[in-house]
Design a protein around this ligand. Structure first.
Ligand code: SDX
Length: 382
């Protein structure tokens, strides 16, 4: 029997061997296919980085053109997807609508491909799904809020098209560039709960759509991807209660009540700054200037960060700057976590393909502490 080890929450446990990414905390690097994610985000846009994550190497001009074309051509979804959203109660969470649509899209795949979990099939279906994720995400929100569907515009790039379908207007270059940078920061991050969920599901040789559906359910949780929405609500709550002048007291009161401040802390970074948060925070002032509440919200943002570091020794994770950036870009808060999932779809596709390439069924054991030696007495069925 393998040596019995138990670590709550699998903290510190190596779950798999991968060539996709690694959080090299000691060197402050997020390694993605051998590159530093922050360097990739500074120099490249989301689409070539998505190609790198999925295919394992940066694309040459021909590969990039073909991949970009594939993402534009496959973006159109069956009209039945919009009818599905229309069937949903208006109170449906966008994340739940997104999760349902991902499952629904599986039924439009060739059943033979779904039943054949090869890396090649995962990448073919995964690229198609990535192309469609912005369309189902933006329009899930629109239909649930009785706004007209905005179909993808094939003349626009991935990030520009995504923002266009969310806001109904084509974004300016500053908004496009910053939004694209956040998507790249979110693209892949080693073995978070949602990626682990996807690999656990894929390890039964179940299909990519099922794996991404499971990852979606995981990412919704406020301890995980749901934190970016909670950050936006918190900053606006402080603004409403008096703004920067009350920010420190607001945090101290919540900490005194042993509450978690969303957007801070991280299982792996522990008491270190998430390199993604360090990069993205530098783009907030530029956006704050363009928004009527921007300057005050940015002051609140800085006071909350200072207070959390002084009181708890904790730094922001990626969700903290994103919560403010998306609000300043005019993105509805309910879309924050769904957008995170769209960006992370490239990473999920890569992990599902890698799991199917070198599969070993995940089946951990337990340490049993329940009762023993009980026997059923004569149970009379009434
Ligand atoms: C993401 O895994 C990934 O990579 C995820 C992600 C990705 O890209 O996929 O990076 C995206 O999910 C980022 C994390 C977003 N979540 C939040 O911001 C939620 C708030 N954060 C915490 O709940 C917490 O920091 C976790 C969940 C992120 C990590 O929790 P751990 O590793 O289980 O740490 P813990 O709960 O054991 O906390 C250790 C101590 C505790 O203090 P004590 O009770 O021992 O005194 O730190 C405290 C905690 O109370 N603490 C916090 C805190 N985070 C930890 N206290 C207040 N606010 C917080 N945010």
């Amino acid at each position: 029997m393998a040596q019995e080890t138990y670590s709550p929450g699998l903290e510190g446990v190596i779950a798999t061997i991968t060539e996709i990414s690694y959080l090299d905390v000691d060197h402050g690097q997020i390694l993605v296919r051998g590159y530093d994610l922050i360097e990739l985000a500074r120099h490249l846009s989301y689409v070539p980085v998505a190609y790198l994550v999925i295919h394992g190497h940066l694309p040459n001009d021909e590969e990039l053109a073909a991949f970009d074309q594939r993402l534009r051509e496959d973006a159109v979804v069956p009209q039945e997807v919009y009818q599905l959203f229309q069937l949903m109660p208006k109170t449906t969470a966008v994340m739940d609508a997104q999760r349902t649509a991902i499952s629904f899209l599986a039924s439009y795949e060739d059943p033979a491909m779904l039943r054949t979990p090869t890396p090649e099939n995962d990448i073919a279906m995964g690229t198609r799904l990535l192309a469609r994720m912005p369309v189902i995400t933006a329009n899930a929100y629109r239909v649930l809020h009785d706004q007209p569907v905005v179909e993808p515009d094939p003349s626009l790039g991935f990030s520009e098209n995504f923002l266009y379908m969310i806001t109904g207007q084509k974004p300016d270059e500053t908004a496009r560039r910053i939004f694209d940078l956040t998507l790249t920061c979110y693209i892949e991050h080693e073995m978070p709960n949602s990626t682990f969920a996807a690999r656990v599901i894929a390890s039964t040789l179940s299909d990519l759509y099922g794996a991404v559906t499971g990852a979606t359910a995981s990412l919704k949780g406020p301890l995980h991807g749901g934190a970016n929405e909670a950050v936006a609500h918190m900053l606006l709550d402080i603004l409403e209660q008096g703004g920067a002048d009350v920010a420190e007291r607001y945090i101290l009161d919540r900490l005194a009540r042993k509450e978690r401040i969303m957007g801070f802390g991280h299982r792996v970074y522990m008491k270190k700054y998430d390199p993604r948060a360090a990069l993205m925070k530098d783009f907030i002032p530029e956006l704050a200037k363009r928004h009527p509440q921007g300057e005050e919200l940015y002051r609140i943002y800085q006071i909350v960060e200072e207070t959390m570091h002084r009181e708890k020794g904790l730094f922001p994770n990626a969700d903290y700057p994103v919560g403010l950036i998306y609000y300043l870009l005019g993105i509805p808060i309910d879309l924050d976590t769904p957008i995170f999932l769209v960006a992370r779809t490239a990473g999920l596709v890569a992990h599902v393909a890698e799991q199917h390439a070198h599969n070993r069924l995940f089946r951990p054991r337990v340490r049993y502490e329940g009762p023993r030696d009980l026997h059923p007495t004569q149970v009379t069925v009434h």
